[in-house]
Design a protein around this ligand. Sequence first.
Ligand code: 0A1
Ligand code: ZN
Length: 865
Amino acid sequence: MLDAQTSPAAPPVIRREDYRPPDWLVPSVALDFKLSAERTRVHARFQVVRNGDHDRPLRLDGDELEPVAVRTDGKARVDWTMDDGALVIALEGDSHWVETEVELNPAANTKLMGLYASSGLLCTQCEAEGFRRITFFPDRPDVLSRYHVRMEADRSAYPVLLSNGDLVGTGELDSGSHWAEWHDPFPKPAYLFALVAGDLHANRDSFVTMSGRKVDLGIWVTERDLPKTAHAMAALKASMRWDEEVYGREYDLGIFNIVAVDDFNFGAMENKGLNIFNSRYILADPDTATDLDYDGILGVVAHEYFHNWSGDRVTCRDWFQLSLKEGFTVFRDQCFSADQGSAAVRRIEDVRMLRASQFQEDAGPLAHPVRPESYIEISNFYTATVYNKGAEVIRVLHTLLGPEKFRAGSDLYFERHDGQAVTCEDFVLAMEDASGIDLSQFRLWYSQAGTPHVKFALSHDPAGCEAVLRLEQSVPDTPGQMNKLPMTIPLRLALFDPETGDCEVERLEILTEQTTEIRFPGLAKRPVISINRGFSAPIIVEGDRSATDLAFLSANDDDPFGRYEAMQQLMLDTLVGTLSNHKVDHAAVVDAVRKTMTNNALDAAFIAEAVLLPSEAFVGDQMLVVDPDAIKTERDSLRHALGSELEALWRAAYSAHAAEPFEYSPQAKGSRRLRNISLGYLAASAAADFAGLAFRQFEAADNMTDRLAALGTLANSDADERVAALDIFYHRYRDNPLVIDKWFTTQALSTRMDTIQAVHELRIHPDFTLHNPNRVRALAGAFSVNQQQFNLGDGSGYRFLADIILELDPINPQTAAKLLPPLGRWRRFDGKRQALMIAELERIVRQSGLSKDVFEQATKSLSRD
Ligand code: 0A1
Ligand code: ZN
């Protein structure tokens, strides 16, 4: 079987241990762009300074570039060579001026890395290695330079010219062109460079920083989209204030610009002073964006803004340190979002996301540590492990140190490393120095892959009035890593009196050994344990709490996360228990959901999360062999039981939370969520009027959350209204690509048995294109998480995905590679499905001319390590 390391045509593996400081530094660079969609000229002039005592030539990274001219110290050079896309020039002295010229065709750049065209705009994406597609340069994060950028373009096609830093000059030229010059006073790595040119309009505002400086803010979009930028602007101003108040971090330039573009490989990018966003994380109004979209915008605007310090002012030494900026920044944006609404609901959502994406990654062939040891293509490491587990690791640190020491550590980190490119170790060291706490064992969170498991058993001795808790931790083997060491695991615990409901003990236990025993004296009755409260550590907890204990906690735990968790566990135990012994007993779940629904002390947003069944995928994660059909059947049967036995409650909630005029507030969001979950349960109950209810809601809604929820309910059904609703929706929004994405996704996620035919038809729909990553994700990405339909026993789902990956790879390898992981989950399925998935992966690997991106993901997915 092919393997990433041994295949004959395997691209080179980059290893963390091979890091070497740069041979040449570049203190400053002047870039001159003559922009046009098909023929852009880039002239670069910069000083290079030999770094250390060596005689190696200057190596300037390049990717699909050809030098038009090369000069050093003003003289034309012809003695340069090319090596793997890079320009290599021999230099005698220790300091030289280098000039190069290249020509680009942004319109033909379908990879969306470097300089490319998107809906009439010209824009850049340089992280991680896109700058080398713009000009020859030492494209690595530890080479920091001051940038001076001049842009020239046709005024009517590109009236707005933006780059990083401050605008230092503009002017008109003959023949309808104009120019602008930007200067960024902060040294930065090439991956933070950006420019945008186009017919853009700004929502302008301003922000006065904590030291009284005024910052001009601009969110740049097409004129038509201007009314959809208010939420993003509010999010930006709230983030700026929050970073001052919580981290003492002030914005540092006079201008902060954001541009929204339609074609973008990821969510957004934190270029210094000029963030570039996927338009889905900027544009919102009630008619076109759901509550989830509004939340996403809030979180991503904050995330990119927070990078100004955690990423831009202090950056990464090399790409193995990616979590230094990403884990910390995700932690910061999660805390920010929690502060804006319901912290409990936000925590539940974050954990759900972690379990759905990162836990699966950690348990599969693509598992890697938060700080990876090697890669073939760095774009493949923008993962849930680096981002979301990375954020959990920072949260663990926050718990171990407490808020004051954590803040002192963060202050020290920023002060010590401002203007530097550093490592995860530098971050931990600053935390250690500021707190005086030994973090030696904590460091394992960066190096050991795999989700730690903690088994617990609680015993009680009524005679001695004592409870004893035994805990045992283990970290599973992952590719290339065996025999792991015990980790530092902060575990929040509480013990409850089962009769009075009182909390008798609450503590934070820091596990450091493989086994731990804790004695709780003075307990006459057997207590009920709440464990890993608030999800204090990113681990899998295993214990056998009875249905009675779980039901008790779901009604009484004073930690909202613990309460949610107990309900989830009860639901999982019921589903998995039913699947393994075929005895159906839904009573405990029905009763617990009834109690939650009728508890007046709980708010709608929390109730909505608590009464939701675990996803089919999460049920599958609990099984030795995933059986997608049986899971679907059992889950549907439990949904039906809940729907019909509690029908009156769903109806009551549906009308109690009747649609009000739209408002984006935690209360209104909670109401909409509970109302729509109630509608889903009414559909599951097969109530005769559910389709009528859904269709009425679909038509009357004044917001996308309610309209889309109704559409989703109908799209899963056989109701006559289904086709009509899909049609009406399409025609109403056909000019809005972000909403048409939702139309694709709703159909790709449908639980109907003809979904595979539907996705094939959508694949050839005139609105489908492989050139827009959002559209690809809306169809192929969504379909691949539709557990039952993607895993059809005849392998047609796998073939559909593999065909798209192969067709997309030559166009946009980054986005193609991101679609691959669902095929790598073959080990989790029965032999027949395994063979079908392996066959598709092998077909992918056999494709000639495969990108590094897809090659790495596919070969690792096939490996039997
Ligand atoms: N640093 C960005 C993520 C990002 C990474 C690569 C990209 O290239 C296509 C784009 C964005 C963030 O964390 O938001
Ligand atoms: Zn980020």
